[in-house]
Write a protein of this length. Structure first.
Length: 87
């Protein structure tokens, strides 16, 4: 018995792939945003003064690896600018 496959506008694999790519991109952006917020929160809780330029750089970053490095550094940095050491 043949399976029913509906054929209506927008039901092709190209659209589905595009939707899935968009969803994955959205998740990655949300994860980066969350990690950036965590970095800034750690600095705030630790009493580390954070200039607007540092906040802007952290929140603009979308590279999860870089944000991970900055998160690690935020745990011990005495100055917020130390997040960006050796870059």
């Amino acid at each position: 018995m043949a399976a029913y496959t509906p054929n209506f506008p927008g039901s092709n694999s190209i659209v589905e792939e595009s939707w899935l790519e968009g969803r994955a991109k959205g998740r990655a952006e949300a994860k980066a945003e969350g990690r950036a917020e965590t970095i800034l929160r750690v600095l705030e809780v630790r009493g580390v003064e954070t200039l607007d330029s540092v906040r802007d750089r952290v929140t603009a970053c979308t590279d999860l690896d870089v944000l991970g490095t900055w998160l690690d550094r935020s745990l011990s940095a005495e100055r917020a600018e130390e997040l960006f050491a050796e870059e």
